[in-house]
Ligand binder design. Sequence first.
Ligand SMILES: C[S@@+](CC[C@H](N)C(=O)[O-])C[C@H]1O[C@@H](n2cnc3c(N)ncnc32)[C@H](O)[C@@H]1O
Length: 215
Amino acid sequence: MDPKFWIARWEQGQTGWHLPEVNPQLRRWWARLGLAAPGRVFVPLCGASLDLGWLAGRGHEVVGCELAPTAVARCFAEAGLEPAVAAAGALRRWRAGRLEILEGDFFRLDPETLGAVEAVYDRAALVAFPPAMRAHYVAHLRRLAPRAPQLLVTLDYPQEEMEGPPFAVPEAEVRARYAGCTVERLADEDVLEAQPRFRARGLTRLREQAFLIRP
Ligand SMILES: C[S@@+](CC[C@H](N)C(=O)[O-])C[C@H]1O[C@@H](n2cnc3c(N)ncnc32)[C@H](O)[C@@H]1O
């Protein structure tokens, strides 16, 4: 997707993916990664997710990457934090306490700027991209965090019933894109009833899945 698409969504407040609570799959499965605090967690395409604060609250150092400055600013404001902002390679680093967000394009983030990370949490990042870009996304993520276990939360539905984003990412695709890793499906839930905005867009089936991926 064109970066302008996402910036406009944030500026116009069209952020239907943003949850008013911590993601239940994160709460439920995080312990399965077995990562002790302050193990550093990377959250690609983090938006203004409350999940960042939840991870930081568990003692982790958290580093997100997000294109939209509106989202980054909102994240710190909602956490009651006043970040220091500095250039970081092709991006800008906002930091306060245990929370850091690299503002800019994920594809321009390099491993040196990101630094070492011990786990990855992807909710609504892989599914934000159309198929061709998903290949680049996973390849780049695997370069940035080659040894980090990952909690991945995806959506699957009949792609012909709705245009993304979010895009449908079937389990077989997750397994193919993370070939060479151990992929364990943790959850596979029917969420159509709980998502009237997607029913209204014509979906007849919608499943949320969670995976634990170990390189
Ligand atoms: C569907 S939202 C998910 C946000 C968050 N993970 C959540 O669960 O609320 C996708 C986010 O990725 C951001 N984004 C899209 N393309 C990006 C890119 N190339 N680099 C960094 N962020 C990007 C968008 O601005 C948006 O906030």
